[in-house]
Each structure stands twice: as C-alpha cells, then as structure tokens.
Design a binder for this molecule. Structure first.
Ligand SMILES: *Cc1c(COP(=O)(O)O)cnc(C)c1O
Length: 446
C-alpha cells in the first residue's frame, strides 16, 4: 500500500489512535481534529494551512515556545553523540550535569536527583521514597499519605490514590490504597480579600486535625500555590509555610508536586520559593525539557537520601525505569536551564503580564458572567457562569474548545474554568490575538 493513496489526516478516521482523557464518541460528533503539521514559537500549524495560538502551552509543558532553536540544537547534537544507555551501572555527562544544576537551584537543600519519564512516575517515586524511608527507620507503620481536596498528582494507581478528582478516580476506587484528604486552601472561598487569612487558617486546621488523629502518616503531598488540574485553584504562600511547620511538628515528610507549577511557571523557578520553604521531596516534569521530551525527576533532601545509604541492598531504593535519565531528555533539560540563565526570563514574564493582565481585567468588566479572575505568575484563570450549560460543564468545555479553534486559539477549559498558560515569551501580537479572540468567543456565551 502506498502512502500516496491516503486522504489527508484530518479526513481520515482517527480511531486507530485512542486519545487520552477523551470520550472517543465525542470525536465522531464534532468537527475533525486539527492535524498539526508543525509548531513554531507560540503557534501550531495544521495541514490545511490554519494556525492556532497555543494558549495553554500544550498541556502546560512548553515554556519558551515550540521548536526553540537552542533546545532543538542541543537535542540534535546529543542524538549524534550518545542516544541512550541504561543508568544502572553506567553514567553520563548530561545526567550528572543536570543533577548538579538542579541541586544548585535548590541551594543544595535537595541535592539528590532520582529520574523517571513522566509526572505520574515522579509522584510514585516520591511516595515510595517516603514510605520506605520510614520503614528503613523501623517505623513501617508510617505508610499512608495526606493529599488535598481537589488535588491532582497523575493517573497511575499510586498517584490516583492521593488525587481528589472524582472524574479520574471513581472507576478505580477498589484498586486504590486508603489515604487521607485535608481541606483545600482554595482562596475563592473568601468573599472578601480580608477573609483570605481565615480560609488559609481553616485549611491548615483541617490538615492538623488529620495529622493529630492518625499516626500512620508518612507524608503530606500537595501542589504548591496552584492546584492546576482542579481548575487553576490558587492559594496563599502562607499556607505552604503553615504546612511546612505542621510536617515538622508531626514528623512527616512534605512532598511538593511542582510538575505543573515548577520551572518558572509561578514567577520563580520553584513555586515553594514564594513561601521561603523547602520540601523533603520535590517532583518536576512537564516544563523541565522546555516541552520537547518526556522526563521527570524527584529531588531529595540529604536526610532522606541518608536513610537509604547502607551496605544492605534491600535498604536501597530499588526502583527503575528503562529510560531513567535518558541523555536526550537530560540535554533538553540542560538547554532549558541555559535559557533561564541567558534570558531575563522573569522580566520577560512581567512584560507579558503587563500586556495581558489589563486586557483580561477589561474582559471581566465587559462580560459579567466572568467570576474569580485570578493569576499566579504565568497562569491566568476565570470561572464562567455558563447559563443554560451550567448543568453540563463538560459539554461546555468541549464546545468552548471547538469554538476557540475557529478563532485560531488552542484553549481547553477545565469544566467551566477558562485558563491561559502562555509561553514565557509572547509577542504583543500574540497577546492581542488572544484577547480579541477571547472577547468574540465570550460573546457567544453572554
Ligand atoms: C500533569 C501532572 C502530573 C502527572 O504528570 P504526567 O506526566 O501527565 O503523568 C502530576 N502532578 C501534577 C501537579 C500535574 O500537573
């Protein structure tokens, strides 16, 4: 069979691909999926010559635009030198350099890097490290975890067991380990700004109640500052300081899942820097390779690392993935960190925010169905009162996504929350394209 006989992708049945996070039947009812040929900077180009502004950084992974030459060249150079080797019993320059640079970014507080290939595996690694640490200490009874309501940590069984998104969890309850959930410090609960402190304190009280009642807890795991998958739910840095103090008082680990909020997304390299605290374990993935290749890493404190350091093999951390520390992905990450050193990243972000923020504020005054416009670094979100669609937010999200494509925008609301996660270096014309497109789009939902 010759490939010449095939019709263009967008007119082919796409059910050979079972898409993630999708009811496949919805594809058959909607317009054909855009078949993307290439991506450059902030834009995705499809095979029919239409282009879309990537306003959600391709599921939050892209930082400096698509096909950034610095990252592409580094990967290409690496590919011609060392493609991949196992990390067990062998080492290589990119993985050592990356680990050293990540350690330095934490001021050597988290000086030991353990690698996986995706975010969910990083969460599994962090949970296993915490539980085994206590076991190695002769405290095997400390094996459960505390997550937050509305928290999301990935979709493998261990990660799902600390996730509180019913849509992702409900079918697998029988397979999931028992853990605890504490209240979300969601600042939307504050009717006025002066109630924010009370919301934060109530969430800390809820966590303390769990920690006081249960002696079988190994760690608290949470997404610092923004619970992204729940719909860009934001909280105060003071909450993180409170959690750190509680973890110390009750002798449990603090695991920060910075898979979405790390790598500069919140306006600092690590989200926890806003609160001036460090966790015992920190998970990174998504943006670490600038959105080019899959890689994840768990950064560990020295105390935790020492808990495994022993003549006995079985007290070591016997976890591995075939592509742990893949040289290509590590080189992509090194090139990404170079961009953080060479570009004034946070000034560029501020400049982008100065253009985008007033436009979104203006949109919120002109469209009274916009609620809770909020921002944390390079994450903006608002909730939309969807009127007649308020009883089926999933249908709203799908319809909004399709309408956005017509305006040349890639936007994918979470239920009725519309969010924007731009790349860190957008042109003014790109901000303008987003704002005018959003304005017209929102008129359809007035
Ligand atoms: C995306 C995400 C994960 C899971 O990462 P995958 O690479 O999709 O497995 C875990 N935690 C958070 C906070 C995330 O946003």
């Amino acid at each position: 069979m010759s490939h010449i006989d095939l019709p263009p992708l967008s007119r082919r049945s796409l059910d050979a691909v079972w898409h993630p996070c999708t009811q496949m039947q919805h594809h058959d009812q909607g317009v054909p999926l855009p078949a993307i040929l290439r991506a450059q900077g902030a834009w995705l180009h499809d095979q029919d010559g239409k282009r879309y502004l990537d306003a959600i950084s391709s599921w939050w992974v892209n930082l400096f635009g698509h096909s950034h030459p610095h990252i592409i060249n580094a990967i290409s150079e690496q590919l011609h030198t060392l493609d991949h080797i196992m990390l067990c019993g062998l080492t290589h320059e990119p993985v050592v350099q990356l680990s050293e640079q990540l350690a330095a970014l934490t001021g050597n507080r988290l000086g030991h890097a353990f690698y996986g290939s995706d975010g969910a595996s990083a969460v599994e690694i962090a949970l296993k490290l915490s539980a085994q640490y206590w076991r190695n200490q002769g405290q095997a009874h400390k094996h459960r975890f505390v997550g937050l309501q509305q928290g999301y940590h990935g979709e493998t069984l261990g990660a799902l067991a600390v996730t509180d998104v019913p849509l992702f969890r409900e079918h697998y309850d029988a397979q999931l380990a028992t853990n605890y959930m504490a209240a979300s410090p969601d600042l939307r609960q504050a009717a006025h700004p002066d109630e924010q402190q009370a919301v934060t304190q109530a969430a800390l009280d809820s966590l303390e109640t769990v920690l006081r009642q249960h002696t079988d807890i190994a760690a608290v795991i949470l997404e610092p500052l923004v619970q992204c998958a729940a719909g860009m739910v934001m909280h105060a840095p003071a909450y993180l300081r409170g959690v750190r103090a509680l973890c110390d008082r009750y002798q449990v680990h603090l695991i920060l899942d910075e898979i979405a909020v790390g790598c500069g997304r919140t306006g600092r390299f690590f989200a926890c820097e806003h609160a001036d605290i460090w966790p015992d374990l920190l998970c990174l993935s998504k943006g670490i390779t600038g959105g080019t290749l899959p890689l994840s890493v768990v950064l560990s404190s020295h105390t935790l690392y020492q808990g495994f350091y022993d003549p006995d093999l079985r007290r070591g951390f016997l976890h591995s993935h075939s592509y742990s520390g893949n040289p290509l992905a590590c080189r992509a990450a090194l090139a990404t960190l170079e961009l953080f050193r060479e570009l004034p990243v946070f000034e560029l972000q501020d400049a982008l925010a100065r253009e985008l923020e007033p436009g979104l504020q203006d949109l919120a005054t002109r469209h009274p169905n916009i609620r809770h416009l909020r921002r944390c670094g390079m994450i903006w979100a608002f909730d939309l009162d969807t009127g007649p669609m308020r009883h089926d937010h999933d249908a709203f999200a799908r319809r909004f996504y399709r309408s956005a494509l017509r305006y040349g925008l890639l936007l994918r609301p979470i239920a009725n929350t519309v969010y924007i996660m731009p790349g860190y270096i957008w042109q003014s014309s790109e901000t303008h394209h987003l704002l005018t497109g959003l304005h017209d789009l929102l008129k359809e939902y007035a």
